[in-house]
Design a binder for this molecule. Structure first.
Ligand code: IVH
Length: 675
C-alpha cells in the first residue's frame, strides 16, 4: 500500500489515465500496453470502492457520457465569441502592425504567435473548478450547449481541482476542439474497413462528432481540446500577458497547442509564418494559418475592438489550397463491383504544390448538385493531405454552348446496360464478370487468399495474362495449362514459375463451398456472408436456385443483398462462367448442416492483438462453431474477444455491458467445445 494520502493517489492515477487516454485515443500512439492501462484503471476503481468518500468528480471511471439528447439547448454567451480579421500577405500584416503602433506610440510591442487550429471554437465554463457547461461558438452571441459531448473529450479537464489548488471561482476558457491528424486517419481507416462513409477532413470530423446528440458517439471519436484564451476569470488572475496566460492554463490540466512563439517585431512574425508553413506537414494537428496577438493584456485593453473583431489580433492565413481551372472532359470509370463513377479531367493545375488533373465527381447526383459541365471553370481545393475536390463551379464564366452530362445508358467498357437502382446514388454496369474493367479486379479477387487462394497469380501475373488475352474471365484460369508456350513469353516467367503457377492453380481446385461463393465476387457478399450462405444452403445448386424469400432467411442477408445474389445467379454470363469453373474440376466437400453448432446465430467481435493466433484464425474458429464474426460492436454483439491493445471496440463493449473474453478465456472456451 502506498503511504501517500488516498486523494493524492487518486489524483495521480486520474492524471496518468488522462495522459494515456490522450496518447491512445488522440495521438493513436499508446505509451503503455492495454494491460498496464487496465491495471491503472483497476487500481483507481479499487480505491474508489474502498474510499467512495474521496472519489473525484472527474474520475475517468465515470467518463462515459450521458443519455442522448433530443436537441441542443441554445445558450447566450456572457462574453460574445468574436471572430478575427484576416491577412494573407506580408503587406497586409505590416498595415496591421502600423495600426497598432499608431495607437500605442513609443511602446514596445511584443507579439504572441499561435497556430491557427482548424477545428471548432468552444467555450468552457468552470465553477469552483468544475466544468458546468461547454458551448459552441454559434453566431458568436448564442451557441449550443454541447456539455455532454465535450465531457467525453479525453484531454479536457473536468475538475481543475485535481491539477491545482488555486482554482478561481469562475473561469471561462476558450479554445478549439479538433481531431488530430493521426486520430483522423485512424477513424477513416476504420470506416473504410467497415465500408462506412469517411470524413473529408479533420475539421468536418470534429464538427460532425460534436454535433451528435448521443454523447456515446462523440466519446468514440479521437477529439482533443486546445485552450487559447481566457474569457472570464474571477477573482482576476493578475497575469500580464497572453503568452503567460497560456502557460497559466496548463497548470489546471488544459492542453495548449504544440507550438507558440513570442516575438519582438512584425518582421519576426513574418519569419515565424514562413517557418510554420515549413513545419506544417509535421504538426500533429491541421492548421490553416497562424494567429498573431498583441502579447500585453494591458495593451490589448487599450486597443479594444472594432465592431466584431479585436484590434489586437489577426489571423495570418496560409494561401488557399485552391485554384481555378477548366473541366476538359467528364469520363465514366468502372470499378470492380461495376460502380460507374464520373471523373472530371481537368486542365492540370497546381493546388498547394501538387498538380491536380483528375477529380472524382462521385456520382451523377453530385454532377447535378454542382451543375458542372464540360468547359466549365471550377475551383479545386485540397485540405491537407486529403484528395482534391471541386469546391465551386463558376457558372458566371460558363461558355455559351455547353452540354449537360448524362449518365451513360451502357457501360463504357463492355456495353452492358447501366442501371441505377432506386434509392441508390451509384450507377452500375450489369456486365459482371463479363465486363473487361471489372475483369482484372474480379480475377484478383477470385484468386485472393480468402477466396480460391492461388498464390502469385493476383499480384504478379494477372495483368500480363490479361494482356496476352489468356484471361477473359476467371474460368480461363483453369485453362492456362493449355497455353504453356504463351506463358513462357511473359517477362520474368521461366519454366519454374510456369510450373509453380500451374501447380498452385491445380491445388486450388480442391476448395470449400464458402470460398467458392466468396470468390464469385457477388455484390454484398463478403467472406462472412459467403459462410452464412454456405451454412444455410449447403450446396451451390440450392443457393443458385433460391428465391428471394429463401435468401433472406440467411443471417446477414437483407432485402438488398438478397436481390443482388438473386440477380447474380440469373445473369446468363455468370452462369456460363460458373458452369465452366465446375467443369474444369473445382470441387468441395459438402458443408455440414450447422443448425446444432454451439454458437449458431451469435454475433462475436475479435479485437486487439492475440499472442497465440492471428485475428483471422480466431475468427475461423468462431465461425466453425456457427458464430457470425462482425467488425463492429453493437447491442446485438454476444461477446467480444479482446487481445492486447484492444481499443475503441473494447470500450464500446464495456459501455454496452457486453461480455469480454481475454485470450486465455477464449482459448479455454474453444477447447471446451472441442472435447
Ligand atoms: S483567438 C477574439 N487563437 O479562429 C478572437 N482563435 O477566426 C479570439 N482559432 O473562431 C480567437 N486557432 O475558432 C484564437 N490560436 C487561436 C486560434 C483561433 C484557431 C479560430 C477560432 C476562432 C477563429 C477566428
Amino acid at each position: 500500500m502506498s503511504s501517500e494520502p488516498i486523494v493524492l493517489q487518486m489524483k495521480n492515477l486520474i492524471q496518468s489515465i488522462s495522459k494515456h487516454n490522450h496518447a491512445y485515443y488522440v495521438m493513436d500512439d499508446p505509451l503503455i500496453t492495454d494491460a498496464e492501462y487496465d491495471q491503472i484503471f483497476f487500481r483507481l476503481k479499487q480505491l474508489e470502492e474502498l474510499h467512495p468518500e474521496f472519489a473525484q468528480k472527474d474520475s475517468p471511471t465515470r467518463k462515459v457520457g450521458g443519455e442522448p439528447l433530443k436537441k441542443f439547448q441554445s445558450i447566450k454567451h456572457t462574453v460574445p465569441m468574436l471572430s478575427l480579421g484576416n491577412v494573407f500577405h506580408f503587406d497586409e500584416l505590416k498595415s496591421f502592425d502600423q495600426r497598432i503602433t499608431e495607437r500605442l506610440p513609443n511602446q514596445k510591442i511584443q507579439y504572441d504567435v499561435e497556430l491557427k487550429l482548424d477545428g471548432l471554437a468552444i467555450s468552457l465554463w468552470y465553477e469552483h473548478g468544475v466544468l458546468v457547461r461547454g458551448v459552441t461558438r454559434g453566431d458568436g452571441e448564442n451557441g449550443e450547449d454541447i456539455t455532454q459531448n465535450v465531457k467525453t473529450i479525453r484531454n479536457l479537464p473536468i475538475d481543475l481541482n485535481i491539477y491545482a489548488d488555486n482554482v478561481p471561482d469562475l473561469l471561462e476558457v476558450r479554445g478549439e476542439v479538433l481531431m488530430p491528424k493521426a486520430g483522423f486517419e485512424m477513424i477513416n481507416r476504420r470506416s473504410i474497413e467497415l465500408g462506412e462513409k469517411t470524413f473529408a477532413n479533420p475539421r468536418n470530423a470534429a464538427a460532425g462528432s460534436l454535433r451528435q446528440l448521443d454523447p456515446k458517439i462523440a466519446s468514440s471519436r479521437p477529439l482533443a481540446f486546445y485552450a487559447y484564451g481566457i474569457a472570464q476569470c474571477n477573482p482576476a488572475h493578475g497575469l500580464d500577458s497572453m503568452s503567460e496566460s497560456l502557460y497559466w492554463l496548463r497548470q489546471f490540466g488544459f492542453e495548449i497547442a504544440e507550438r507558440q512563439w513570442l516575438v519582438n517585431s512584425i518582421q519576426e512574425v513574418e519569419e515565424c509564418y514562413q517557418y510554420i508553413m515549413s513545419i506544417r506537414p509535421d504538426l500533429l494537428v491541421e492548421i490553416d494559418g497562424m494567429v498573431i496577438k498583441v502579447d500585453s493584456l494591458e495593451q490589448q485593453k487599450t486597443l479594444g475592438f472594432l465592431s466584431r473583431e479585436p484590434r489586437w489580433a489577426t489571423a495570418y492565413k496560409f494561401p488557399a489550397q485552391a485554384a481555378l481551372t477548366t473541366v476538359e472532359n467528364i469520363e465514366w470509370q468502372v470499378g470492380r463491383t461495376g460502380t460507374i463513377t464520373p471523373v472530371a479531367r481537368l486542365k492540370p493545375v497546381s493546388v498547394g504544390g501538387v498538380t491536380v488533373s483528375n477529380v472524382t465527381l462521385h456520382n451523377i447526383g453530385e454532377i447535378h448538385r454542382l451543375d458542372v459541365r464540360i468547359q466549365d471553370t471550377v475551383s479545386v481545393f485540397r485540405a491537407g493531405e486529403v484528395i482534391p475536390k471541386i469546391e465551386k463551379v463558376w457558372h458566371e464564366y460558363r461558355p455559351e454552348i455547353t452540354q449537360m452530362v448524362q449518365l451513360p445508358t451502357h457501360c463504357p467498357e463492355c456495353e452492358s446496360p447501366v442501371v441505377m437502382p432506386e434509392g441508390e446514388a451509384l450507377a452500375r454496369c450489369t456486365g459482371g464478370l463479363y465486363c473487361s474493367a471489372q475483369r482484372i479486379e474480379a480475377i484478383r479477387h477470385f484468386v485472393s487468399r480468402k477466396a480460391i487462394d492461388i498464390d502469385g497469380l493476383g499480384d504478379r501475373w494477372a495483368e500480363s495474362l490479361l494482356k496476352l488475352n489468356l484471361l477473359d474471365n476467371v474460368s480461363d484460369i483453369y485453362h492456362l495449362h493449355e497455353h504453356q508456350d504463351k506463358l513462357l513469353t511473359i517477362d520474368k516467367m521461366g519454366e519454374k514459375s510456369v510450373q509453380n503457377l500451374l501447380a498452385a492453380i491445380e491445388a486450388s481446385k480442391q476448395t470449400q463451398l464458402h470460398r467458392f461463393i466468396y470468390a464469385l465476387g457477388i455484390r454484398g457478399v463478403g467472406e462472412t456472408t459467403a459462410k452464412m450462405l454456405s451454412n444455410q444452403f449447403l450446396s451451390l445448386e440450392a443457393l443458385m436456385s433460391a428465391n428471394l424469400e429463401e435468401l433472406k432467411k440467411t443471417p446477414d442477408v437483407g432485402d438488398i443483398t438478397a436481390e443482388w445474389i438473386y440477380d447474380f445467379f440469373r445473369a446468363s454470363h455468370n452462369l456460363e462462367i460458373i458452369a465452366r469453373l465446375i467443369a474444369s474440376g473445382i470441387v468441395w466437400e459438402a458443408p455440414q448442416a450447422s443448425s446444432n453448432l454451439p454458437l449458431n446465430g451469435e454475433s462475436w467481435v475479435v479485437t486487439g492483438t492475440l499472442s497465440t493466433m492471428s485475428r483471422d484464425e480466431a475468427t475461423q474458429q468462431l465461425q466453425s462453431l456457427g458464430a457470425r464474426v462482425s467488425g463492429s460492436v453493437s447491442a446485438k454483439t454476444k461477446c467480444v474477444v479482446a487481445g492486447e491493445k484492444a481499443g475503441s471496440k473494447l470500450d464500446k463493449a464495456q459501455q454496452l455491458n457486453i461480455p469480454v473474453l481475454n485470450e486465455d478465456q477464449f482459448i479455454q472456451l474453444m477447447n471446451s467445445y472441442r472435447n
